[in-house]
Design a protein around this ligand. Structure first.
Ligand SMILES: [Zn+2]
Ligand SMILES: [Zn+2]
Length: 90
């Protein structure tokens, strides 16, 4: 019977809805839930929003952009891609 399969089912899955065939992509904004287009890409926070809520300010994005930008800058500088301006001499 189904006993084997049930044994493999994780507890996490049990908490979710039973039927989840294709999960339709919708705006993650609580008050929106608008259907997303294929061209809509996920925000850096992992959620996908419609064009109206895509901006981080609008959906109060939890992503730490400041830290990210810093990391980007350091990574870019670390590559030695010719940073204009100051030349560091040893
Ligand atoms: Zn939306
Ligand atoms: Zn976000």
């Amino acid at each position: 019977m189904d006993n084997k399969q049930q044994g493999k089912t994780r507890l996490k899955d049990a908490r979710k809805k039973k039927k989840k065939k294709k999960k339709k992509r919708r705006c993650a904004h609580a008050a929106c839930r608008k259907k997303l287009l294929l061209t809509d890409t996920a925000c850096r926070c992992g959620e996908t929003y419609c064009s109206a809520h895509r901006l981080p300010e609008v959906h109060v994005c939890p992503f730490d952009y400041k830290a990210f930008d810093k990391g980007q800058f350091i990574a870019a500088a670390g590559l030695g891609g010719g940073v204009p301006g100051k030349l560091v001499t040893i």
